[in-house]
Design a protein around this ligand. Sequence first.
Ligand code: PDD
Length: 284
Amino acid sequence: MAIYLNGSFMPIEDAKVSVLDRGFIFGDGVYEVIPVYSRRAFRMAEHLKRLQHSLDGIKLANPHSESEWSDILNELIQRNEPEDQYLYLHITRGVAKRDHAFPVPPVAPTVFVLSNPLTTPPPELLQSGIACITVQDNRWLRCDIKSIALLPNVLLRQAAVEAGCAEAILIRDDAFLTEGAASNIFVVKDGKLLAPPKDNLMLPGITYDVILELAAANGIPHEVRRVSKAEVFNADELLLTSSTREVLAITTLDGKPVGNGKPGAMFARLHKLYQTFKREVMRK
Ligand code: PDD
C-alpha cells in the first residue's frame, strides 16, 4: 500500500514520523476523509474547502495549493489498487520541542495521506438498519473543525460498541441533537426530513450536503433547524450519513424500535437517490 508523507510517496512500512510531532504529542492537527469512486475523488473541491476551514480554525497555514493537493491525491489514487478508495489526509503543526504554544519560528507541518479500500455498507445492513445509543455530547465548542484530537469521539463511539451498537447519537445540553460520533444524523417526522444546522457544534458533512441537495432536487420536504432531543425520540425514522457509510437507517435507539423498527420510506427513497447519484454523477 502506497502512502504520501512530506513530499514523497512510499510503502506504508517505510513511513516514519518523529515522536516529537505535535500531532503525536498534542493532537495538534486536522484531517479529512475523501471517498474515491472509480478512481475519482468525490467532491475534492468541497473537501479541500472544509480542510482550509479546519486549518484556519487552528491557525495553521495550508501547506499546499488546491492544484498541488489535487496532484498529490490523484497520484496516490493511481498508486493504489482499488477502484473505490477512501483518502485520509492528516496535517499536523510539525515537529518541535514540547511546548503548548506554537513553535517560533514555525516549523514545517507534517503532511500524511493514506489510501484505504472503500467498502460501502453490505446489503444486510441496509435491510436491517443499525442500532444506536444516545449520549451526552461532551465535546468542545469547535466541532466544525475536523481535528485529529478525537478522544471524545473515540470514547463516545466505544460506548456505542460496548452497548452492541454501531454509533452514538450526540445530544447537547440534554436538549438538542448535534451529530453522531463520526457521522451526521437526520430525523424524519411526518414525511419531512429534519437536519441540524451547520454551526460550531457539528462537522459540516459532505454527505449531509449531498442528502439535502437530493432532497431539494426531488421535492422531498426538508428543514434545516435545531432538532430537539424529544424529536429524536419521537422520530418516524432516523438516518445516519458519512463518506464511508453513505446513508443508513437507524432502526433501534437505546434498545427501542425507531418507528416500526424497520428502515422506512424516507430511507428507501434517499438511499436509492444516493446510489443513482453515485452511478450517474460520481462515477463519471
Ligand atoms: N467522519 N461528523 C463527524 C464527527 C464525522 O467524523 C464525520 C465523518 C461526519 C460526516 O462527514 P462526511 O459526510 O463529510 O464524511 C460528521 C469520517 C468519515 C471519519 O472520521 O472517518
